[in-house]
Structure formats: structure tokens, C-alpha cells
Write a protein that binds this ligand. Structure first.
Ligand SMILES: *[C@@H]1O[C@H](CO)[C@@H](O)[C@H](O)[C@H]1NC(C)=O
Ligand SMILES: *[C@@H]1O[C@H](CO)[C@@H](O)[C@H](O)[C@H]1NC(C)=O
Length: 178
């Protein structure tokens, strides 16, 4: 009886703490993958996918997971970078011009600093990219534990670092596949 009670308490804690939260399956890419690490972003020899391609990698993960293709090819960071380079997809300073993504089937809904709003969208099947430490890193949200303010990401820079604290999140970018 006692152990049943304990089991129920643990079960209840798992539910309320959100530790039983399911992780969303999203393709993971790494910036520094040998296949594309040295490719230049927007033709700038100072900027490679390995060094500066964190956001490109995150958006590739979303496009690939939602079944979008570019020129009939599955999307990876190299293919997306080439597309953006050739289609005015970068603004000056190699920032991505998000409205160009509409043409490959991904729409940016908005950018929010309120994580509660981001989680509402996440729970309605939108994709969320977290800007971490003012753009030093980006990650695709794959789960969360709201109570402890821990967010789980596919991290393209350091794949083993999956947990991000709310205080380190600058803004959340909300995307919707078209
Ligand atoms: C690109 O990466 C380099 C090396 O990590 C970094 O010093 C620089 O600030 C980055 N630039 C941009 C625009 O992200
Ligand atoms: C971004 O892309 C849109 C759509 O192609 C274009 O109309 C707009 O001028 C671009 N903005 C910048 C700053 O390049």
C-alpha cells in the first residue's frame, strides 16, 4: 500500500513538474558538420556556416522536419544557405531576410520576448527558434519545463547542451510552415 502511494506521488510529481513532457522529434543539424562547415554565408569569406550559421541551421531543421524541399532536395544548412545567397535571402551584414523564406514554405509569424506566448504557439504546432544570449547561439525548441523555466533545444553549435534557462533567452522566433 505504502509503495503504491509513493508511486502515485512520484507519478503526480512527474505530471506537475512536466518531466514527462514529450520531446518533439525535429531533425538536428550541426553548423560544423564536415559536409558544410566551410561554406561561406552570402559569399562572405569571413563568415562560414560553422562560425556564423546557427540560425541557418535552425531554419533548415524546421524546413526539413516539415517536409519542405528546395529545388526538389531535402533541406540542410548548405542547401538553405545556397538558396538564400542566390535569392537575396540575406540583408547587409548577412542577416537573414525572413520574408524570402515564404518562397520555400516557411512564414515568420512574429518575434516575442514573452516565453509564455512562445509556448502557446509551440503547443499549437508552430516551430520556435530561441535566440540565446543575444544571437550568440540559436536553438530549435523541442520541449520545456515551464515550472523550472527550462527549455530544451536542438543545439546546432553544441548538440550535447540541450537545456537553456529562461534568463538566457533573448527572444523567440515563431514560424509556421505554409
Ligand atoms: C561570426 O563568427 C565569429 C567567430 O565566431 C564571431 O566573432 C562574429 O561575431 C560572428 N559574426 C556574426 C555577424 O555573427
Ligand atoms: C526582403 O525580401 C522581400 C521579399 O523578397 C523584399 O521585398 C525586401 O525588399 C527584402 N528586404 C531587404 C531588407 O532586403
Amino acid at each position: 500500500m505504502g509503495s503504491f502511494k509513493n508511486t502515485m506521488i512520484v507519478f503526480f510529481m512527474l505530471m506537475t513538474c512536466g518531466l514527462g513532457q514529450q520531446i518533439r522529434a525535429i531533425t538536428a543539424y550541426q553548423n560544423c558538420d564536415q559536409k558544410w562547415h566551410s561554406e561561406q554565408i552570402n559569399g562572405d569569406s569571413q563568415k562560414t556556416i560553422c562560425q556564423n550559421g546557427s540560425l541557418v541551421s535552425c531554419i533548415s531543421m524546421i524546413l526539413q522536419t516539415s517536409g519542405k524541399t528546395i529545388n526538389n532536395r531535402a533541406v540542410n544548412p548548405a542547401i538553405l544557405n545556397k538558396y538564400l545567397t542566390n535569392n537575396n535571402g540575406y540583408k547587409q551584414g548577412s542577416e537573414i531576410n525572413f520574408s524570402v523564406l515564404d518562397k520555400v514554405g516557411l512564414h515568420i509569424v512574429k518575434t516575442v520576448s514573452d516565453l509564455r506566448t512562445a509556448i502557446e504557439y509551440y503547443n499549437n504546432k508552430y516551430y520556435i527558434v530561441l535566440n540565446i544570449n543575444y544571437g550568440k547561439n540559436y536553438g530549435v525548441l523541442i520541449g520545456y519545463n515551464e515550472k523550472d523555466a527550462i527549455y530544451l533545444i536542438n543545439n546546432p553549435i553544441n548538440p550535447s547542451e540541450t537545456k537553456v534557462a529562461a534568463k538566457d533567452i533573448t527572444v523567440a522566433l515563431i514560424f509556421k510552415p505554409l
